[in-house]
Write a protein of this length. Structure first.
Length: 149
């Protein structure tokens, strides 16, 4: 029974490894090089980063606000990625958004349907998050993303 449990734990851990690698070094600093965005067969993975506001007195306040900023930054990067990469009926989304605000709303909705996959804090209480957005969210609004890994 223990072996079966450990096998399941390992399988779940490996299943979650399809996303982005950590952007935080072992000393808690932001890594000098990391990947911001990745598209695989099931998800669009996007990293958001935000600095902590030093005006806040407690670590909890600084971390809570930097996490919210990192999530907002991640969603912004996802929308930028989709607008630059998605194609709707052979029209780039960047061109279509100027003509159709409904499409903008749909893209925003598809991106908002993502989830925070991981959160890491830096030594200065800044934050980096990884958002995971299912590809099927984009199929529902007729946005074709490029082939993933």
């Amino acid at each position: 029974m223990k072996k079966l449990f450990m096998l399941c734990v390992c399988a779940l851990a490996l299943a979650g490894c399809g996303g982005l690698n950590s952007a935080v070094t072992s000393s808690g600093d932001l890594a000098p090089k990391f990947t911001d965005t990745k598209l695989d067969k099931r998800y669009l993975w996007v990293r958001g980063i935000a600095a902590a506001n030093t005006d806040f007195k407690t670590q909890t306040q600084r971390r809570a606000m930097s996490r919210e900023g990192a999530i907002a930054n991640g969603y912004q990067r996802a929308v930028e990625y989709v607008k630059g990469a998605g194609v709707v009926a052979n029209v780039k989304i960047v061109d279509a958004v100027a003509k159709d605000s409904t499409l903008q709303t749909k893209v925003d909705g598809a991106v908002r349907g993502g989830e925070v996959f991981s959160t890491e804090y830096l030594t200065d209480d800044g934050c980096t998050v990884i958002l995971r957005i299912p590809r099927e969210n984009f199929k529902l609004i007729n946005v074709d993303l490029p082939a993933g890994e």
